[in-house]
Design a protein around this ligand. Structure first.
Ligand code: MSP
Length: 656
């Protein structure tokens, strides 16, 4: 493990707007990396903050009748509070109005004047205040910003300004990119950078005529330093540049810099490394340009009126599900990182969020824990039992855990969050399947199976311990809750990552906590469709009122019972008890809907032979047609237990 401090940054946010899910997603990704590295025992600095010296900040402050300073002072807590609510644990919140940062900007500017990289000339061209970007005359059509997502009117500027000799750095930048294949990601955006540089770099205007806000040019108070020149240097300020030599030596270069695709090419992959080259400072190790979160395909933004506020959507999710606010926050973090490959665009929808909440969190992760802990409490007073270390099935699970931890680390090292989570969820799926196969609820009925029950319960709980460590960077609160339910006294945060892949961390004899479901399922049921309701009512009406009625043999003969083979099984969205099955009835294939989802994992059913009432009139359950009914017994808890032939018989065989 490297001694170097792991230094990760996000872009710093303009304070003329309030945070939305898009801006938060970047900070959440950085937070996940920071938590992951901390859990591996590395010293971490996660820097984020606010970009306050912008012209647009001065303008919006004036329109609200405030001084720019009053305005930013009022807005910054909105950002920091939101980040904290979203479990974003940054180490340093920089404000570019801080004196320490101003010192860095002034000194860097002066150094570049001294080394000849900054010179004075006349600027003639366009400026977009909204994007805080200079544009060439040829880039602007109809007086509008060429950025398709901005398109606001640009202003014509003719000023005596200072310029940075960016044109001198094109070749060096290309050489650096070539020599450091891991410097820019993803690959397709790297190609954009290379073409941009190859198309020819022009010197960059790095000051504006003073507008009463921003950092004045040293020795020339009629000019203020261009907000991008100022903002980019925040990354050095946070690392201790010019203020703390030791810290800077341990921290710089930045290991990971996350920015959106809009500010990747021109600012972070061209101007920024060229400025560092001019200062003689090392180039960051990785700059990653992520995609955008849209809402119904449109960029999110206050001006578009479609911004999704992170805290509000977390409150809504908590209200819909009955989960706590902190669980809802973690679910949103999970959704943002699981839904799309980091780097690509994603579309945010409440439907998508609910889908993931119900299937991945409530069903998969929730089930694994909710089925095990109550069994442990019922049968072993909640005390972690001693497993049989040589049990073959348990050893398979153990191997899977170790392999998954390595795989997840491999993905996280490359910031492939979605793949990392998919890999954890494959393990969760295997854990649930193991439960189905071992059926500890059956083992619990037989004293002779006590040792096996101990092993099964231990195995699943130990898997859950490892899963808690692996999900901790993404869902820190949920991981703590799971940890608490497992009864582990050692802190989850700290050097836990290494222990995730080492079997046996959960000590036999540990008293586990109270089992409480973490993710209550969201009921997505619409009012039942009239026809479904009618069928249900009709069935209820048709129920005989006589107790223990007898029927004649002729009456019984009317019921056609047949053996069917299950070909496929899947859950039904919004119906937590139902599974949709495709079955082979010998001469035909049928679709059945059965209320067995709580007891049977869909995958575990494939290939099984069951008994079906083949001549039942079709009915719709939750909008899905069922062409028959399977037979199941009810165990003492009322749970369905499928009836199956004692040995293999061909599908379609009559049952009598
Ligand atoms: N202040 C500059 C950055 C200076 S960094 C030296 C800026 N600020 S911003 O507030 O407009 O954007 C901050 C970050 O949020 C950027 O990386 C931007 O790409 C990102 N996002 C803004 N909207 C976003 C989405 N809809 N989706 C994902 N990220 C988004 O640019």
């Amino acid at each position: 493990m490297s001694d170097k401090t792991f230094y990760i940054t996000t872009a710093i946010y303009y304070v003329n707007d309030v945070p939305h899910i898009g801006s938060a997603s970047e900070a959440i990704a950085a937070d996940v990396m920071a938590r992951y590295e901390r859990s591996r025992g590395r010293k971490v600095i996660f820097g984020t903050g606010t970009d306050e010296n912008a012209m647009k900040v001065a303008e919006v402050a004036a329109s609200s009748g405030m001084s720019p300073q009053q305005y930013v002072d009022k807005l910054v807590p909105v950002w920091t509070d939101t980040w904290r609510a979203m479990h974003i644990q940054y180490d340093n919140w920089i404000r570019t109005t801080e004196p320490g940062h101003r010192h860095v900007v002034e000194t860097a500017f002066s150094k570049m004047i001294e080394n000849g990289d900054i010179y004075k000339d006349t600027y003639k061209g366009w400026y977009c205040v909204s994007d805080e970007t200079f544009f060439r005359e040829s880039e602007v059509v109809d007086g509008l910003c060429p950025n398709a997502e901005c398109k606001k009117p640009v202003r014509w500027v003719e000023e005596e300004n200072y310029f940075f000799r960016l044109s001198a750095y094109g070749d060096r930048l290309l050489e650096h990119i070539e020599a450091n294949p891991d410097f820019l990601a993803p690959e397709f955006r790297k190609n954009e950078v290379v073409s941009f540089i190859k198309s020819g770099l022009r010197d960059a205007c790095v000051t504006r005529k003073a507008y009463g806000w921003g950092i004045p040019v040293p020795g020339d108070p009629d000019q203020v330093i261009y907000v991008w020149f100022d903002a980019l240097l925040n990354y050095l300020t946070v690392a201790g540049y010019l203020s703390d030599e030791k810290k800077f030596a341990e921290t710089w270069p930045a290991d990971v810099q996350l920015v959106g695709k809009d500010i990747f090419v021109r600012f972070h992959c061209t101007l920024w490394p060229a400025m560092l080259m001019s200062l003689g400072v090392e180039i960051p190790r990785l700059i990653l340009g992520h995609g955008f979160w849209t809402v119904e395909g449109q960029k999110m933004g206050k001006s578009l009126g479609n911004a999704i506020a992170p805290v509000k959507v977390s409150e809504d999710l908590a209200a819909m599900s009955g989960a706590s606010f902190d669980v809802a926050v973690d679910a949103i973090r999970y959704f943002l990182l699981r839904e799309v490959s980091f780097g690509l665009d994603g579309d945010f929808s409440i439907g998508g969020l609910i889908g993931r909440f119900n299937s991945d969190l409530a069903n998969d992760l929730g089930n694994l824990l909710n089925r095990t802990l109550p069994l442990l409490h019922r049968n072993r007073s909640g005390v972690v039992p001693q497993p049989d270390a040589g049990d073959a099935d348990s050893l398979v699970m153990r191997g899977l855990v170790t392999a998954t931890v390595d795989e997840v680390a491999g993905y996280l090292d490359k910031l492939q969050f979605s793949d990392a989570l998919a890999s954890i969820w494959t393990l969760i799926g295997r854990g649930n399947k193991y439960m189905e196969d071992q059926a500890p609820w059956k083992l619990a009925r037989n004293e002779a199976d006590a040792a096996k029950l101990d092993t099964v319960l231990y195995t699943v709980l130990e898997m859950v311990r490892s899963i808690a460590i692996m999900v901790q960077p993404v869902m820190p609160h949920v991981a703590e809750v799971i940890w608490g339910q497992l009864g582990i006294s050692e802190a989850l945060t700290g050097r836990q990552w290494q222990s995730a892949g080492v079997w046996g961390g959960l000590k036999p004899g540990t008293q586990t906590g109270t089992p409480t479901p973490i993710f209550p399922r969201i009921d997505t049921r619409q009012k039942p469709a009239v026809e479904e309701k009618k069928v249900e009512e009709k069935q209820a009406e048709e129920k005989p009122v006589v107790e223990n009625p007898t029927i004649t043999f002729d009456e019984f003969k009317k019921t056609q019972l047949k053996v069917a083979k299950i070909l496929s099984a899947e859950r039904i969205e919004g119906a937590d008890k139902l599974l949709k099955l495709q079955v082979d009835l010998g001469t035909e294939q049928r679709q059945l809907v059965a209320g067995i989802a709580k007891q049977y994992e869909p995958e575990s059913l494939i290939g099984k032979l069951i008994i079906v009432v083949a001549n039942l009139a079709p009915a719709k359950l939750r909008g899905v047609e069922s062409q028959g009914m399977l037979l199941a017994a009810n165990d003492p808890d009322g749970a369905a237990v499928l009836l199956m032939p004692d040995k293999d018989v061909p599908p379609g065989s009559r049952v009598s």
